[in-house]
Ligand binder design. Structure first.
Ligand SMILES: [Zn+2]
Length: 197
């Protein structure tokens, strides 16, 4: 928390970042007043305050990547987590890959199917919530592992998913698909890493 010392204090006029309990004592004693509300956790201001308060820069986080295969549907996923314990992002990328069947040309060739998965998976990035600004890009090795896992574990639809798909492709007497309402986009401000320097 940031406080400004009042005229009663020998440090009059100065501002300082201190632990919240110390700030509360100084404010209660009339030696200081708060400088606005504390910054929100995870923002750049919060991160700067943590660094000033603890005197050490936060360690550069490392992101652990892996390919995980679901226990029930055997659906492969790229998973990632950050070494900073305050980074609460739990990352998971599944995509939705099924080998296409063409009415005349038959099954999609394996190399094209693999390329389609690889192109989509290569775009995967992990965005931190620990204050580390640069998002981490997935490695080529993980993409390769993921492609192999998807090819080895063909997508199987549950009966509920199959119902949803048949519902979506169904055309009634009108010959038109149902109108799909996608919802209202989320109104949010820029995230810390999106702000200009
Ligand atoms: Zn992180």
């Amino acid at each position: 928390m940031k406080i400004k010392y009042t005229s009663a204090s020998p440090k009059a006029g100065q501002t300082e970042h201190l632990q919240p309990n110390i700030c509360a004592t100084l404010i209660a004693a009339g030696f200081a007043e708060p400088c606005g509300p504390p910054p929100m956790r995870g923002t750049r201001e919060w991160f700067a305050e943590m660094q000033e308060l603890h005197g050490v820069p936060a360690p550069t986080p490392t992101v652990s990547w892996g390919v995980y295969i679901g226990q029930i549907a055997k659906c492969p996923a790229i998973v990632a987590s950050c070494s900073n314990s305050n980074c609460t992002v739990k990352f998971r990328f599944e995509g939705n890959f099924a080998r296409q069947q063409h009415p005349r040309h038959g099954e999609e060739p394996l190399h094209l199917f693999e390329k389609r998965i690889s192109d989509a998976a290569s775009k995967v990035v992990f965005t931190h919530s620990c204050g580390h600004k640069t998002p981490d890009k997935v490695s080529a090795a993980i993409v390769k592992q993921f492609v192999a896992a998807v090819v080895k574990n063909p997508r199987e639809f549950t009966s509920d998913e199959a119902k949803v798909i048949s519902f979506a492709v169904f055309k009634g007497d009108s010959g038109q698909h149902r109108e799909v309402v996608q919802g209202v986009p989320l109104q949010r401000g820029p995230l810390a890493f999106e702000l200009p320097e």
